[in-house]
Ligand binder design. Structure first.
Ligand SMILES: Cc1ncc(COP(=O)(O)O)c(C=O)c1O
Length: 358
């Protein structure tokens, strides 16, 4: 609908037409149990020193880069830190795609920010449906790269949000082999700590066109500080660093992230992963045979996607009880699907009790 406000009319046509990413926070909802954003159920404690708050921070705090490189097992030159992996996604698109000319490729259902970030800067989005087991359709993707010179970046997500499955290594290898000097292949590993054996990080040394994105928002339980990473060939990191803002990482964020990456921080991380993975298995066990449950999707992240007999109705009924989940009804192939984040034991019991009561 046309908006007659002259101030709104000053915005670019693209921004006027833009639908922003509907994050769980923006959707909101009133309740007491929030299992809709794949957040960890509770935060650890951190100490912050204010001694340097009068100074601008480093663009890429060296201790943080070093710590994450050690944790990930890559050279520091292959690491860039930004305000969450969402910022990394935007930077990749702005670095490799020309506005009004180039496109990214995505395989929906997948994380929504790839297309929002592209549209935001006037970059096209080519959607290539995955196979029935939610793997990339390799022949279709390679054909697109062959026939569309403006397709520049492919986004894959492993474990995929919201379907929870990991990318098959063989499929990624076929794509990387065929696109080496031709396109950037991004593997978003936001949830990889819950299934670390499936990381593709070892492929960075062989394939210079691979970018892996990571975050402290999920397994590290630090969504509130906004800290994410790109892991890639040194030349790609240098390119991304041309585009990034001068001070993306505030001093308190760097301090907290460094603490999370110390030996004791990583022990807390390991304990959290084990606890959440065990709770996830118990949750699936408790609900998988219920009458109302049609399908439980793959379980490699800190969430589970479930197809219900009547997911739409159930989503609103459970929301009325104050339990806010994420509705995927209407997304490609996901009718009646609801995603449940693995929260605290009490929160999961609440969901189980509700599902058993109907
Ligand atoms: C697949 C995926 N990638 C990236 C992100 C964004 O993470 P960050 O908090 O690091 O911006 C999310 C958040 O839900 C996600 O699900």
């Amino acid at each position: 609908m046309a908006n007659n406000d002259p101030i709104v009319a000053l915005a670019t046509k693209r921004v006027q037409d833009l639908t922003p990413y509907l994050s769980a926070r923006r959707i909101g909802g009133s309740g007491h149990t929030f299992l809709n954003a794949n957040e960890a159920p509770k935060s650890a404690s951190y100490l912050v020193q204010s001694i340097s708050f009068n100074r601008y921070p480093e663009c890429q705090p060296p201790e943080l880069i070093e710590s994450y490189a050690n944790y990930a097992g890559v050279q520091p030159e292959k690491v860039m830190v930004a305000r969450g992996s969402d910022e990394v996604i935007g930077l990749i698109i702005r670095t490799f795609c020309e506005t009004a000319k180039d496109s990214i490729i995505i395989c929906p259902p997948t994380y929504g920010m790839y297309s929002v970030s592209a549209v935001n800067v006037g970059v096209g989005v080519v959607e290539i449906a995955p196979t029935s087991d939610y793997q990339p359709d390799v022949p279709a993707i390679l054909k697109e790269f062959e026939t569309n010179a403006n397709a520049k970046v492919l986004f894959l997500c492993s474990p995929n949000n919201p379907t929870g499955n990991v990318l098959e290594r063989e499929k990624l290898l076929q794509i990387l082999e065929a696109t080496q000097d031709r396109a950037i292949i991004v593997v978003d590993e936001a949830y990889i700590e819950f299934s670390m054996q499936d990381t593709m990080i070892d492929l960075l040394d062989k394939y210079r066109n691979l970018i892996i994105t990571r975050t402290l928002s999920k397994a590290f339980a630090l969504a509130g500080i906004r800290c994410g990473f790109a892991l890639a060939d040194e030349e790609i990191i240098k390119l991304l660093l041309k585009v990034i803002d001068p001070y993306p990482i505030s001093d308190p964020v760097a301090q907290i992230a460094e603490q999370a990456l110390t030996k004791s921080g990583l022990e807390i991380l390991d304990a959290r992963i084990t606890e959440l993975n065990e709770r996830k298995a118990a949750f699936i066990n408790a609900v998988k045979d219920l009458e109302i449950v049609q399908q439980v999707f793959s379980d490699k992240g800190n969430f589970v996607l479930i197809r219900f007999k009547d997911g739409e109705e159930l989503f609103y009924r459970i929301a009325k009880k104050g339990i806010i989940l994420r509705d995927f009804n209407g997304k490609p192939t996901l009718d009646n699907c609801i995603r449940v984040t693995i929260g605290s034991e009490q929160e999961m019991n609440e969901v189980i009790d509700f599902l058993k009561s109907i």
